[in-house]
Ligand binder design. Structure first.
Ligand code: AMP
Length: 308
C-alpha cells in the first residue's frame, strides 16, 4: 500500500459568505487535504504546526481518520495561523481580510523517522521555503510531488516559489494565480510558460468552472458539478488536491490517463466541501456517497457523436 505525506497549514479561519458568517473555525490547507485524501488512503502522514490554542479534539479527529500527526508540531505559548476571507456575491472570488502567520512565521519542519520513504508528497499551501525544506529533508525523493500555493506567497516570495516549483512534478493553482505566475492572460500560453519553470504537469482550477490539466501537448478538462447549494467555497481547492493525491496514492499510477481520473475524484470531493461551512461536509462521508458523485461526473460529460 502506498503512503501519502501532506504538508500545509492547520489553522483557524473566519469566513464570510453571502449566506452567513463564522467565528473562528478550524481550517487550513492540510486539514482539508488530509480529510479529503483520508477517503482514499489510510496511510497518510501530516507535517504542520499549530499553537497551544488549537483544539486537541481536532487533532484526535484527524488521527481517527487514519492521519498520522507525529509531524504536527504544537508550539507552547504561541498562536495558530489565522486566516479570514470574504466571498463576493458570485462565490467564485474572495478577498483575504486577514492573514496572521503566527506559528507559521518561523516554522522549521521536522520529518519524523517513520515518515521517511513516503511514496507521495502533497505540499499544500505554506511558505515556499518550508515546502522546499520538506523536499530537501526527505532521504528518498517521493514518486510524485504536487504543490499548491496562492497569490499571498507570490506577492511576497516569488523567487523562493520559483526555486521550489523547479523541484516538483504537479503544480496545482487557480486561474488568477497562473496568470500572476506567468504574466500571461491566455491560460494555454500561461501553462506553457509554467511547465517550462519545472513541473511536468499543471492543474489550473477555475472554481465553479472546473479544472484543466496540462501535460506536454495534452490538455484534459474536468467540469465542476453544478450544485443546488454552494454555501462556502473555502477549502474547495485543498479538498480537490486531497482527492487528487489520495486517488493517485490509492491507485499508485502516475500516468496522464490516471491523473484524469484523479482530477475527477478531486472535483467530486470539492463538490462536497462547498455545501457547508468549513470542513463540516467532508468530516463524515461514506464510500457510496463519494462513488455516486463520481458517477454524476461521468454522466455530466458523457455524449456520443457520429464520426465523419
Ligand atoms: P482554499 O479555499 O482551498 O484556497 O483554501 C483555504 C484555506 O487555506 C483556509 O483554510 C486557510 O486557512 C488556508 N490559507 C489561507 N491563506 C493561507 C496562506 N497564506 N498560507 C497557508 N494557508 C493559507
Amino acid at each position: 500500500m502506498s503512503s501519502l505525506l501532506t504538508v500545509g497549514s492547520v489553522a483557524f479561519d473566519a469566513i464570510e459568505t453571502p449566506f452567513g458568517k463564522t467565528d473562528k473555525i478550524v481550517g487550513g490547507a492540510a486539514t482539508y487535504i488530509g480529510l479529503s485524501s483520508s477517503y482514499f488512503t489510510k496511510d497518510q502522514k501530516i507535517i504542520s504546526v499549530v499553537g497551544d490554542d488549537f483544539p486537541a479534539e481536532t487533532i484526535q479527529f484527524l488521527e481517527s481518520k487514519g492521519i498520522d500527526t507525529e509531524g504536527l508540531q504544537i508550539k507552547k505559548g504561541e498562536k495558530s495561523f489565522f486566516w479570514s476571507g470574504k466571498y463576493h456575491n458570485d462565490m467564485n472570488s474572495r478577498d483575504t481580510l486577514v492573514t496572521e502567520l503566527n506559528v507559521l512565521e518561523n516554522f522549521d519542519p521536522t520529518i519524523p523517522a517513520s515518515y521517511q520513504g513516503v511514496d507521495y508528497l502533497m505540499l499544500g499551501n505554506l511558505a515556499p521555503t518550508v515546502q522546499r525544506q520538506v523536499i530537501e529533508r526527505l532521504d528518498v525523493r517521493p514518486k510524485l510531488i504536487a504543490l499548491d500555493t496562492m497569490n499571498f506567497w507570490m506577492d511576497i516570495m516569488m523567487d523562493e516559489l520559483k526555486k521550489t516549483i523547479k523541484l516538483i512534478d504537479v503544480l496545482i493553482i487557480n486561474d488568477e494565480e497562473a496568470r500572476q505566475l506567468s504574466g500571461e492572460y491566455s491560460l494555454k500560453v500561461a501553462a506553457k510558460k509554467i511547465i517550462e519553470m519545472g513541473p511536468k504537469y499543471l492543474i489550473i482550477k477555475k472554481g465553479e468552472h472546473g479544472a484543466l490539466l496540462f501535460h506536454g501537448e495534452g490538455i484534459f478538462f474536468a467540469p465542476a458539478l453544478p450544485l443546488e447549494v454552494v454555501f462556502d467555497p473555502t477549502g474547495a481547492g485543498d479538498t480537490f488536491a486531497g482527492g487528487f493525491m489520495g486517488y493517485l496514492t490509492k491507485t499508485d499510477d502516475v500516468s496522464f490517463e490516471n491523473m484524469k481520473r484523479a482530477i475527477i475524484a478531486g472535483s467530486a470531493m470539492a463538490s462536497f466541501t462547498v455545501e457547508k461551512f468549513g470542513t463540516d461536509r467532508i468530516e463524515n462521508l461514506n464510500e457510496d456517497e463519494i462513488y455516486n458523485r463520481i458517477l454524476q461526473f461521468v454522466d455530466l460529460v458523457d455524449f456520443s457523436i457520429d464520426k465523419k
